[in-house]
Each structure stands twice: as C-alpha cells, then as structure tokens.
Design a protein around this ligand. Structure first.
Ligand SMILES: Cc1cc2nc3c(=O)[nH]c(=O)nc-3n(C[C@H](O)[C@H](O)[C@H](O)COP(=O)(O)OP(=O)(O)OC[C@H]3O[C@@H](n4cnc5c(N)ncnc54)[C@H](O)[C@@H]3O)c2cc1C
Length: 541
C-alpha cells in the first residue's frame, strides 16, 4: 500500500486518452490524482464534436482498433457507456468507372482474385505471416522498453534483464519470422507488399496503412513498420479488425473520464498549463495560464514531447544533449482532416447503390504508384494534385451523429506538407485544399460535392493549434526506428521518465507510440507506481 504524505500525489498535464488511462490506474492504486486539460473537453485527438449545426463527428481520430483490450476491461468502458461496432466490410477501393475492390466480410479472397488469382491464393499466407509478427508486437506494447542508461551496473542490470525478457519473446520466432520482423522494421511498405502481391488494388489497400500519418511515400524505408503498427489492434476480440465507437471517438474518452471520476480523479478542463514548476532539480507541480499553482509529488505529461520540453520547462534545467535531441525529434504528418455534413449518401460510379461498402474505409488511391506520386507532389508543391483520401461514413453504423436521413463523413486526406514551404501559410490555403479533397471524392462519386451541407477542414496547422500536435503529427512524433521503443522520445529516456526527477511522460510520444491505444498511459502508470512504492516521491509542500 502506498502511503500518502501530501495533498496531491500526481498532477497529470493533459487530458488526452493516455492522460486519462494513466490517471485511472494511479487513482485505482490509491493515489490522489488531478488532471489539468487545456481544452473545454477531455479526450485530446479522440473527441466527438458538433462541427456543423445538428451534425457531430469524431473530428480528428475516427476509427477504433488499437485500443488495448486490457484498458477496455480494467476501466470497464462498456459499463461507462462504450459500445464499439464492427464495420460490415473492411475496405472499399473504387478504382475507375466500373472496377472496385472490397475487403472483409468473407469476400476478400474472391475480390482480390478478380485482379490476380495468384494474389488471392497468397492472402492467407500473408495474413498468417503478418499475424505472427503482430503478435510479437502485441506482447511488447505493454512492456516498458529497456532504458539505455549511463548510471553504472546497478541501474544497468534491471534494464539488461528487461532486454533478456524481450529477447526471449523474439526467440520464439522461427527463422522465417525473424526475417519478416527485420523486413517489417527496415523495409518500405511498398517493397514488402511488392514481395507478396502482383496486382495494384490489394497492395493499395494494405499499403494505405503504411503512409497514414507518416508523410512518406509507400516506398520510403520504415513505412512497413507503420503498416505493422496499424494491424496489431482488434475490435471486440477480432484481431486486425477496425470498428466504430457509437457516439464517435468521444464516447471512448467520455467513458474513460467517467471511470477516472469513479476512481477519484479530479479533472479540470479549460486549464492550460503554462509552466512546469521545477525546484532543486525536481518537478513539483505546474502553473496554469490562469495563474493557479498546483503542487504534487509527481508530475506527468500527456503532451507531445516537444511541447513539454520546449514550451513548459525552463531550458536551464534540462541537459544540453537532451535539449538538442528534442529539438531534432521529428514530428509532422502529411494529413489534412475534413468533416463533412451530407444531405445524402454518396453514389460511387463503380458501385452506385447503397450497401455495406459504405460502412467501410473507402480508400481513394488505387495503387502504390499513385500514393508515391501524391507524396512527391506534396514535397514539391505543398500538397498532392491527386491526393489520397480515405472516407468513412460513420452515420451508416450510428444514428446518433446526424439528423434522420442525413449523414456525416470523415475525410482523412494525405499528402500535404506539415509546414507549408515558400512562405505560404495554411491559413491562406485551407479552402483551396479542402475544395480539392471534395473534388477528389466527387470524381469517384459524382454528386458528392453537391451533397455537402457543411464542412470543417483541419490543416496540419489547425491540428497543432487545436490539439497540440506539433506539425500536425498525429502520433506525437514519427514512428521511425530511431524514435521507437527505448528511443521514444529520446534514447536514455525511453522508460517514461524525463531528465528531471519527479517528471514522467505518458503520451503517444512514448512507447508504443500513437493511436488510440491507451498503452502508453497504462505502462507509464505502472512505472510511476513502482517509483512511489520505492519511496522516490517525498512530500512536495
Ligand atoms: C487527424 C487524426 C486522425 C487520427 N486517426 C486515428 C484513428 O482513426 N485511430 C487511432 O487509433 N488513432 C488515430 N489518430 C491518432 C491518435 O488520435 C493519437 O495518437 C492519440 O489521440 C494520442 O493520444 P494522447 O492521449 O497521447 O495525446 P492527445 O490526444 O494529443 O492528448 C494530449 C492532451 O493534452 C492537452 N494539452 C496540450 N497542451 C496542454 C497544456 N499546456 N496544458 C494542459 N493540457 C494540454 C491537449 O489538449 C490534449 O487533450 C489520429 C490522430 C489525428 C490527429
């Protein structure tokens, strides 16, 4: 049992889903916890908002799969009102006026075989091989990465033991598995998929996961890992499936907030932290923009690591080499996010009647070559002439989002420059790019443009301003090898502890990274509790 010696044990800065998960586990262990959230609503990038009168949507993150089943069960999210339903089909890829591919619903093999019977025959083996590696990853997401330490043997031994545990997991893989693991960590998604399949449509469906949020070509080395990162989830026990939270992503975080309150967590919204208080080399609390000073025995940040270390902490208290690494930390997604209110469902030329394909992730990007070109365009012009658009129409599965007979859609568009070059501002280009995204959908589904009753367009700059995502980086930092596992966010600080005593990190900028997983929040809580049990946190009065 942890003894409580001062008023507040833990102050959590940021009420994103990871901050809430962390708060819940700490409070459940008996600590007194308070969360300060900058916005008027908790949830961070996982929120539901009314973006047009009468129309609500998950305005940023929009689809569930990665949310860890342990977190769902421990927080009793179902009891707190969360219901997640599966899409009736996984993906729909309109190609031209007559051709399309659908996946999921038991139809994938026959559908892929329309384009290549060889590819259809290879699907099972592909799924099995990827699943072996995804399982290793699932085992690692709730592990604390071994920290790379300079503090001598006493500090190094526990870290070496952790490495050995992880090594044992890898040892279960046979040689094929080990080669696949290496390939998936080092290769591009395009090279990985070209090695498996010959037809464009299935490579496009799988390859989309390799470029999502990555601001990369599918042929950029490292994108195979991004693809892998998107397949380790599950919905209601079905591995790799994607689903929809009834009421939108905000239903997840509202259920989390309810679980937190029940466990005794105090949550304050509209409370932006302006400064982390550091005294004698130790984090002892924070001051809000409104001037409230809150002291605690430990301080936990749910923020993007660059926001925390570059904006909220006196640089003088941070080691110079750490500051330099944080400066070089890479963040930024090629993502442009739209929410649209629709008077009617779209009619795709290649499959015009309403049906299960409208519950799917509708990917408008027919090949890896198209995605590669989209990236090249964005690098050179600021945004793609022919962008990649994934559209989801959650109102086909959920009647709480739009008035009867109407619909809402999420457009998750890539690629745009995270920071516009040539002295241009996203504030000046938002509408032009939003029009382009709508036109792109309209080309596949004529009449779509006319059906748009209202729209919200979020550029990378808007994602940064609204949600604190530096460069619009949807994962709080790129998912690249030198920013993963023990090196997330910085090698030497991969175990949720910052370089200041009493300061912890629990957001997506820590292992295992971005997505609505709850995993960083859970593992961080475990590490913080260990330190409390070791007596590391004295009163901070
Ligand atoms: C457009 C978009 C689409 C996405 N789609 C999906 C998807 O479909 N599925 C999926 O699983 N993931 C998706 N993601 C990724 C996922 O949403 C994020 O990786 C995840 O939400 C990160 O959670 P977090 O709790 O670590 O941080 P955040 O959600 O970023 O929360 C951080 C919190 O800190 C608060 N904060 C910031 N500064 C301060 C301050 N100074 N004081 C107090 N509070 C502060 C913020 O307001 C925010 O609430 C998407 C993200 C984006 C942006």
């Amino acid at each position: 049992m942890i003894s409580r010696v001062c008023d507040l044990d833990v102050l959590i800065i940021g009420g994103g889903h990871n901050g809430l998960v962390c708060a819940f586990y700490l409070a459940r262990a008996g600590l007194k916890v308070r969360v300060l959230e900058r916005r008027g609503v908790v949830g961070g990038a996982a929120v539901t908002e009314e973006f047009h009168p009468g129309f609500r949507n998950s305005v940023a993150a929009y689809t569930v799969s990665l949310l860890n089943p342990k977190v769902v069960a421990d927080m009793q999210l179902a009891r707190h009102g969360l219901t997640v339903v599966e899409r009736r089909l996984a993906n729909f890829l309109p190609i031209d006026e007559s051709r399309y591919l659908v996946t999921g619903g038991g139809r994938t093999q026959a559908e892929v075989a329309k384009f290549s019977s060889r590819d259809g025959d290879r699907l099972d083996a592909y799924g099995e091989r990827l699943e072996v590696i995804a399982d290793v990853l699932r085992g690692l997401v709730l592990e604390t990465p071994p920290n790379v330490t300079r503090d001598g043997w006493t500090a190094a031994i526990p870290e070496l033991l952790k490495s050995a545990t992880i090594g044992r997991r890898m040892a279960h893989l046979d040689m094929t598995g080990r080669r696949d693991l290496l390939a998936l960590f080092a290769q591009s998604a395009g090279d990985w998929l070209d090695g498996w399949f010959e037809s464009d449509p299935i490579k496009a469906v799988f390859g989309f996961d390799g470029v999502v949020g990555a601001y990369a070509s599918p042929y950029t080395p490292g994108t195979a890992y991004v693809l892998l990162h998107h397949v380790f989830g599950e919905v209601n026990g079905r591995k790799g499936a994607w689903g929809h939270a009834i009421g939108g992503m905000g239903a997840i975080t509202q259920a989390m907030a309810a679980a937190c309150r029940e466990a005794g967590v105090e949550i304050t919204t509209d409370a932006a932290v302006g400064e982390v208080l550091v005294e004698k080399g130790r984090a002892v609390g924070a001051v809000t923009a409104g001037g409230e000073s809150v002291r605690a025995r430990a301080v936990v940040s749910n923020l993007h690591p660059q926001l925390l270390f570059q904006k909220l902490i006196d640089p003088a208290v941070l080691p110079a080499d750490f500051r330099e690494r944080i400066e070089r930390y890479r963040s930024g997604s090629g993502t442009f996010r739209m929410n649209v209110a629709l008077s009617e469902l779209p009619r795709f030329t290649c499959l015009p009647e309403a049906g299960d394909h409208l519950t799917a992730g509708i990917i408008m990007a027919p090949s890896l070559a198209y995605m590669d070109q989209a990236y090249i365009d964005a690098r050179t012009r600021g945004w793609s002439k022919a962008p990649i658009v994934e559209m989801l129409i959650p109102s086909t599965l959920d009647d709480t989002l739009a008035p009867p007979g109407r619909h809402v859609a999420s457009l998750f568009c890539q690629h745009v420059q995270p920071r516009l070059s040539g002295g241009r501002s996203w504030d000046d280009c938002r509408d032009e790019v939003a029009d382009l995204m709508i036109e792109t959908v309209d080309r596949h589904a004529p009449g779509f443009k006319a059906s748009v009753l209202g729209r919200q367009a979020l550029t990378p700059l808007d994602l940064e301003r609204t949600f604190g995502l530096v460069g619009g980086g949807i994962f709080h930092g790129k998912l690249e090898l030198d920013q993963l596992f023990s090196a997330r966010p910085v090698l030497g600080h991969g175990a949720y502890r910052g370089p200041v005593a009493g300061l912890y990190l629990c957001g997506a900028g820590t292992h295992p990274g971005g997505g609505v997983t709850g995993a960083p929040g859970w593992v961080a809580a475990r590490e913080i509790l260990k330190d409390f049990k070791r007596g590391h946190h004295r009163p901070a009065v």
